[in-house]
Design a protein around this ligand. Structure first.
Ligand SMILES: *[C@@H]1O[C@H](CO)[C@@H](O)[C@H](O)[C@H]1NC(C)=O
Ligand SMILES: *[C@@H]1O[C@H](CO)[C@@H](O)[C@H](O)[C@H]1NC(C)=O
Ligand SMILES: *[C@@H]1O[C@H](CO)[C@@H](O)[C@H](O)[C@H]1NC(C)=O
Ligand SMILES: *[C@@H]1O[C@H](CO)[C@@H](O)[C@H](O)[C@H]1NC(C)=O
Ligand SMILES: *[C@@H]1O[C@H](CO)[C@@H](O)[C@H](O)[C@H]1NC(C)=O
Length: 380
């Protein structure tokens, strides 16, 4: 991947990777610009990342340079993925045309060069959402919310083949820990629509999840707890929530509730339009993903050595810091909120290792230095 600071290449030969970040502050909408400096003074004192302050972050699908401007030649980074006809098993009886919007969106969110970088943030949340909607589409009209194992094997293979034929990475199952069994939710005792609707307060569930507000959901979740409540409820087959203590609490119990969540997601997908349920699922995973820093800050001794002593020179300290961060930053795509968490986490790590100067300020480090998308340009 060609990485250079934007501006060093003539306009028109550089494919800029535009990223739209909308960062919401609970209660008031607030856009955090890429240039926002870290708060001086606080930066080394924040022992707890400011999680929950800025939720959620939405990354526009336009981040993906998949559909490059047609008049520009395609970047060599993005070979010409002409879609081809997938080879299907012939054993998955579902109308794939009804799913074409979801398939296209997922293939684009998981396109080959980007999937490993954006797996946690974009690709896997979208694949999980597709799985839920697929289950619902498959079961529609057949009174079922899940697939049996044989259909799941065939359909999983077909879905992955279709995605690959549209340019998606073929490693999606590994990247996203996904298996055919994710379509069966086998351990959940409730699998058919009529039983589900008898046991669960469906109007409450629909009210909570039909119009998930990204502004509110991450701050004061409404849909997520409704899903969990319904999942816990059906996991005991509708018995008193805490009546079957033999399951709840154990590992098996956790798996059952997790499978039952899949059943709840499938039911919601059946009731809502694909767009509505996809939005809901993406908001829910966005709330989760934005709370952590996914970068690994291993062995910062080069920075500590260069920056730790009072006598250390600024150029060597900043050189070490920039080179350390530049390497870590290439690991994975991070959202702005994750970048805040990463900056905070790394700052407190350095502080614990004895770096007392405010080297972010000294070396002019800001948020974009912690995120790949702030730096990378694609050269044609
Ligand atoms: C992509 O490949 C197809 C078929 O090989 C070709 O017709 C099309 O012109 C190519 N597109 C670009 C942008 O190179
Ligand atoms: C499949 O879905 C498409 C789009 O929703 C619809 O036009 C078509 O009639 C469906 N085909 C069958 C066999 O149900
Ligand atoms: C619907 O259920 C019947 C009977 O269980 C099964 O044979 C059929 O394959 C199912 N259809 C779909 C689309 O799953
Ligand atoms: C899919 O199944 C695997 C293993 O069974 C599990 O670890 C993973 O969390 C599941 N994924 C989803 C989205 O439920
Ligand atoms: C379902 O939930 C709604 C409000 O969330 C409540 O008013 C209603 O009584 C519940 N229905 C049942 C059958 O528990």
């Amino acid at each position: 991947m060609e990485s250079s600071s934007s501006g060093s290449c003539p306009q028109g030969t550089v494919y800029h990777w535009f990223v739209l970040f909308a960062v919401w502050l609970c209660g008031s909408q607030h856009v955090l610009s890429q240039k926002t400096p870290l708060e001086p003074k606080d930066k080394f004192l924040l022992s707890d990342p400011p999680i929950g302050l800025f939720d959620p972050i939405e990354i526009s699908p336009s981040v993906l340079p998949h559909n490059a401007n047609p008049v520009e030649p395609l970047s060599p980074m993005y070979p010409n993925y002409t879609s081809y006809d997938p080879v299907l098993t012939g054993k998955c009886h579902v109308n794939f045309s009804a799913l074409s919007y979801m398939m296209d969106k997922t293939a684009s969110d998981c396109s080959i060069p980007l999937a490993p970088l954006v797996a946690d943030v974009i690709c896997c949340p979208q694949v999980n959402s597709l799985m839920n909607i697929f289950q619902a589409t498959y079961g529609a009209g057949n009174n079922t919310l899940v697939l049996n194992q044989a259909s799941a094997n065939a359909c999983f293979s077909d879905v992955m083949s279709i995605l690959a034929s549209k340019g998606a990475n073929t490693n999606i199952p590994e990247l996203c820990t996904l298996r055919p069994s994710n379509l069966t939710d086998a351990s959940c005792p409730v699998k058919d629509i009529s039983t589900f609707e008898k046991i669960v307060n469906v109007s409450k569930l629909l009210d909570a999840c039909s119009d998930v507000d990204p502004l509110k959901e991450c701050c004061r979740p409404v849909c997520q707890p409704a899903i969990v409540e319904a999942a816990v409820h059906i996991s005991s087959g509708g018995a008193n929530m805490f009546g079957s203590s033999s399951i709840s609490g154990s590992d098996a119990g956790i798996n059952v509730v997790s499978d039952c969540k899949g059943v709840v997601h499938s039911w919601l997908s059946m009731k809502l339009s694909s767009e509505e349920s996809n939005t809901a699922f993406r908001v829910l995973s966005g709330c989760k993903v934005n709370k952590v820093c996914p970068l690994e800050f291993d062995d910062p001794s080069s920075v500590v050595k260069a920056c730790g002593k009072a006598s250390s020179s600024t150029p060597s300290c900043c050189g070490a810091l920039h080179s350390y961060i530049a390497t870590r930053q290439k690991q994975i795509f991070v959202t702005n909120l994750q970048a805040i968490n990463c900056a905070t986490m790394f700052g407190s790590m350095l502080q614990k290792a004895g770096v007392s100067n405010d080297i972010y300020e000294l070396c002019d480090i800001d948020l974009k230095d912690f995120s790949l998308q702030g730096k990378v340009t694609f050269q044609v």
